[in-house]
Design a protein around this ligand. Structure first.
Ligand SMILES: [Zn+2]
Ligand SMILES: [Zn+2]
Length: 87
């Protein structure tokens, strides 16, 4: 049976595995909160959480435009309805 060793401490046996990169880790190098290695994927996950923010603003603009188009359509429908009733 093959025994894995921590990627930072070759003298220590790996008791955990990073859920992102799959590297073997010892207790000291493993982050139980993120289930990742502390030195690479822990810092990567913090940068990826800030990355999707421009996407959110893009969808906020799309939703705002749809709301404006919807409001204009309602206004047009109201004007058409008033014109029909005026006849
Ligand atoms: Zn990792
Ligand atoms: Zn280690």
């Amino acid at each position: 049976m093959e025994e894995f060793h921590c990627m930072n401490h070759p003298d220590r046996a790996a008791v955990h595995q990073c859920s992102r990169c799959g590297k073997p880790l010892c207790d000291e190098c493993y982050n139980p909160e993120m289930q990742t290695c502390r030195m690479y994927c822990n810092s990567l996950s913090t940068t990826t959480t800030t990355a999707p923010q421009p996407k959110n603003t893009f969808w906020q603009i799309v939703v705002a435009l749809l709301a404006i188009v919807g409001a204009l359509a309602l206004l047009l429908a109201a004007i058409c309805g008033a014109m029909i009733y005026s006849y």
